[in-house]
Design a protein around this ligand. Structure first.
Ligand SMILES: Nc1ncnc2c1ncn2[C@@H]1O[C@H](COP(=O)(O)OP(=O)(O)OP(=O)(O)O)[C@@H](O)[C@H]1O
Length: 286
């Protein structure tokens, strides 16, 4: 694994329906290993489009053309004979809406392992299911009811189950698309805690509307505007010393990042005009 396992090379994504929209325009950027990178920007600027293009999720949609490339550990994600499901195993995706598969809690986590044959015995599968439920802080909450339907869990628990399911196949990169915005504040906080725990072990890319959440979780920030990367930097430099006028306008000017508070929960950073700090994730929708 390289220090920057995922990079894009002049990546452009165009929707070619009734109205042609170039949603991502010539983006060349790297996502460092063992780091959580947030992609922020105003509504409609192409955040989700960029995220989904990283593991070829757009292939399941018609009327989308991709130019440029995505490189995973130096290998092309697009110009390759490797089938898309194999790419998506290596670059996992957690969607905005928490959705349990219509099977048990256990089988939700075992799902990908069974499909890819990534286990040696039932005992091995049991161990892996427990490992990944522990990684997302869910084991203690579900250990006594692994055979219950996944759909019986709360939405916050289901979102952590989705993260466990994605991690179980040992991806190189985890894409998270607004993963707390459909959750109540307490559930959002539990998912944030999980991401915070995981980020030193995984390469995580998180699309978020919430600048407060970006401050709490991000190591690196990418600011997208009208499909282009305007600025990207480590979280402290990004918020305290933004270089571009558009960035300053979006974040409401330079504001300190309290590293001790770069964690789940309220922060002491003073509110800004555009990115006021709030009690939990999804708290400062643009
Ligand atoms: N399936 C689609 N077909 C046509 N146009 C689309 C499609 N999906 C997105 N777009 C357009 O592409 C542009 C970027 O959309 P995208 O959803 O990537 O932005 P976003 O930054 O994630 O927005 P939001 O923050 O509101 O979720 C928008 O103009 C949007 O209308």
């Amino acid at each position: 694994m390289t220090d920057t396992p995922l990079t894009t090379d002049q990546l452009s994504v165009t929707y070619t329906g009734d109205r042609e929209i170039e949603a991502v325009k010539g983006v060349s950027i790297g996502f460092p290993a063992n780091t959580l990178t947030t992609i922020i920007g105003p509504s409609g600027c192409g955040k989700s489009t960029l995220l989904k293009s990283l593991n070829r999720l757009h292939e399941i949609q018609e009327n989308v053309t991709i130019d440029g490339d995505v490189l995973l550990s130096g290998d092309s994600v697009y110009n390759t004979d490797v089938p898309a499901p194999e790419i998506r195993k290596r670059i996992g995706y957690v969607p905005q809406t928490p959705t349990a598969l219509p099977v048990s809690i256990y089988e939700n986590v075992a799902y990908g392992l069974r499909i890819h044959g990534d286990y040696e015995s039932k005992a091995d599968l049991d161990e892996k299911v427990e490992t990944y439920l522990r990684k997302v802080n869910l084991w203690d909450e579900v250990a006594d009811r692994l055979d219950a339907p996944g759909a019986e869990l709360s939405t916050g628990q289901i979102q952590r189950l989705c993260v466990a399911r994605s991690l179980a196949v040992e991806p190189d990169v985890l894409l998270c698309d607004e993963v707390t915005s459909a959750l109540d504040p307490v559930s959002a906080e539990s998912v944030e805690k999980t991401l915070k725990r995981l980020k030193s072990e995984y390469t995580i890319i998180l699309v978020t509307h919430s600048m407060a959440q970006a401050r709490r979780l991000a190591d690196e920030v990418v600011f997208l505007y009208l499909g282009e990367v305007i600025e990207s930097n480590d979280v402290r430099s990004f918020f305290e010393d933004p270089q571009q006028e558009r960035t300053k306008a979006f974040i409401g000017g330079p504001t300190p990042v309290n590293r001790e508070d770069n964690a789940t929960g309220p922060t002491t950073t003073p509110p800004t005009s555009a990115g006021g700090e709030g009690p939990a994730a999804g708290d400062d929708k643009q």
